[in-house]
Design a protein around this ligand. Structure first.
Ligand SMILES: [Zn+2]
Ligand SMILES: [Zn+2]
Length: 138
């Protein structure tokens, strides 16, 4: 993700109105390594701006995703998480406390694409999600 200042400019150029609520979303995401879900972002913004709607939060996150400013992670089916780090990296998720941590390791030599996939797709990337129990929970 770009800095909040740059991001504000980028979004203005895309016709988005920069409201204090949206600015707060950017600030929550900037340098955030905790991979917050839309609900978690919503709760934090709502504390300061009680009238903000979940739709506003969700739509802003979707726009950031469409612009390539954040990565959307679908780790469990009913919850999307957001990561301002858009560089290729992987994740490890604790099955107990649901904490998501980054895994910066190049697995490309270890991944062999099946022929059927190579035939039908031009694969641009992949992401590995490891699941387990973290040290704190163990
Ligand atoms: Zn844990
Ligand atoms: Zn990440």
């Amino acid at each position: 993700m770009e800095t909040v200042e740059k991001l504000t400019k980028t979004l203005r150029n895309h016709g988005m109105k920069i409201t204090p609520q949206r600015l707060m979303i950017f600030k929550i995401l900037e340098n955030n390594t905790s991979h917050p879900s839309a609900e978690q972002v919503f709760k934090r913004v709502k504390k300061i701006y009680p009238t903000v709607s979940f739709t506003t939060i969700y739509k802003t996150l979707e726009t950031l995703r469409d612009l390539g400013e954040v990565q959307e992670l679908i780790i469990d089916e009913d919850r999307k998480h957001y990561d301002p780090n858009t560089d290729t990296h992987h994740h490890v998720i604790c099955s107990n406390c649901k904490k998501i941590l980054d895994v910066f390791e190049d697995f490309s030599q270890h991944v062999k694409l099946p022929d059927t996939l190579k035939k039908d797709y031009t694969v641009s990337g992949f992401q590995i999600s490891f699941h387990g129990i973290c040290k704190d929970c163990n």
